[in-house]
Design a protein around this ligand. Sequence first.
Ligand code: ADP
Length: 648
Amino acid sequence: MSAPVLDTLLVANRGEIACRVMRTAKALGLTTVAVHSATDRDARHSREADIRVDLGGSKAADSYLQIDKLIAAAQASGAQAIHPGYGFLSENAGFARAIEAAGLIFLGPPASAIDAMGSKSAAKALMETAGVPLVPGYHGEAQDLETFRNAAERIGYPVLLKATAGGGGKGMKVVEEVSQLAEALASAQREAQSSFGDSRMLVEKYLLKPRHVEIQVFADQHGNCLYLNERDCSIQRRHQKVVEEAPAPGLSPELRKAMGEAAVRAAQAIGYVGAGTVEFLLDARGEFFFMEMNTRLQVEHPVTEAITGLDLVAWQIRVARGEALPISQEQVPLRGHAIEVRLYAEDPANDFLPATGHLELYRESAAGPGRRVDSGVEEGDSVSPFYDPMLGKLIAWGEDREQARLRLLSMLDEFVIGGLKTNLAFLRRIIAHPAFAEAQLDTGFIPRYQEQLLPAASELGTDFWQAAAHAFNQSQPQRTRSDDPDSPWSAVNGWRNGLPAQISLHLSCAGQDQAISLGARTTAFDLQGEHLRIEQQGLRREHRAIRRGDTLYLHWQGDTHGITAHDPITAAAASHSQQGGLTAPMNGSIVRVLVSPGQSVEAGAQLVVLEAMKMEHSIRAPQAGIIKALYCQEGEMVSEGSALVELE
Ligand code: ADP
């Protein structure tokens, strides 16, 4: 049998995984084909492909889940193979079959293997016969309350109800005692029915403080199957992974081998081919239990790549071409340590609600040894509500765990995102947490340290406002009077006749307002390009400070803050001008009069400058016209509501 030709690859996905798969495909000399929805026409994965095909639609169901359109796209573009990425159709046996029926190659396992692992219950039954340890539980056909009550009694509370068709942590309910069972079962069944169209449940012992440890397996078409070490994915929120690392801290070589061999047995039991992951729960005594098998490349595969030096996508392509795995189990490398975090557009302070919007500012951490960023966006892109809100992943490798952790921290510190809420600061707090540093990992980590990881919004300190004010001021587009640019009056540096330079700014940030005066101080603030240098007593620190339109983004203690001018006078003036008339919006003094009677002015022209609350405020012409009368002069104190100018 000659090897199939595979020189053009279609990726039936979007975002970071589409970009990541195409990167390897390109490196191997393949032509890449992206598919995109109407919303994603200009998304990064479409931009980076050699060929792109428009699927139309916005919702996944109308675009990335359209099997017929995907196959037609492959045929039209000359792709011989389809990589499904993760999510979407990656674990859809019907998709795998349709691809095969069209004479194309599916870069995943045989459809039969997907079927075998598609139901958690069926997978468990299969694993039981393959001698893979299971969490004590019940995964049978009968679904009545009595059966579940007896099973729960037998395994002992607390128990966990799970949807057999479940995924992504949906349809799962912890039951503490028998009195809660009936209600929890009914509720979980309803949730499963609405999420997966299948209400069937299984029940298992709810392990307290387990670790989630999973094994990466890889099989070729010649019956060889390897385990490529493990990943610890215990740091989860609502049963979804947030941080993953490899190897699992503290795992003995014996346990690694036992888990690895169990995973290989699981894969071989279903005739597996390609990349797959067998997930286990590991309890405090070192006992491990099969949870499920994911029959695809996983989000967290880069940590395995980092410690093995292997490219799993390259292996997927080679295996699809019929090549045998190039190494034996003894040759699988394990070098150093790697940690990954998932960067989401979401609001951790608001129950991790997905965030949508425009990435006004988006700067990834610098490239370097041991650093990897897999992302699917660039500055200027939009995050739509239609798809998963993951922006990308940051992966750090080090000689040991602490080096990887510190490297990841510095990557997180360099990452700057403005215009959209993200979990960046939350991730930073996890990685910086002493319990994480000590590798005290279990699935209760985030709930346990909730208060430290998600602190209530605190008052921004004086240091912050000083830095914000200086950076904001120095990032202002230089406004000068065109008629006399050299006059000190034209500069916006606070110069005033006979007085020390003094500028007051009113700024807003994260719902807080502050008036700050920039007087002479012992601290020097100097905005150089995109960095604010703060020098105090011989110590100089730098903070990212980048201006985008009216907003200054300042990176401060692990978070990017969007700072805008808050102008109480404009706010007052706005409500005032609705009442008509060029009058003083507040009590203040007239510092400049820029027009004289009879002069014609354009709409928006500056007429009079009023100083109030230590800030200057311009009274502007609401429309073009001629100055009919002036009722004020420089230096004069005026009271709120008094007429200043009459415009015709
Ligand atoms: P899903 O397919 O919805 O992701 P999983 O079965 O993979 O669900 O479980 C997701 C997570 O839920 C696990 O990583 C673990 O944190 C937790 N979990 C699952 N089963 C148990 C159990 N029996 N005891 C304790 N925690 C569990």
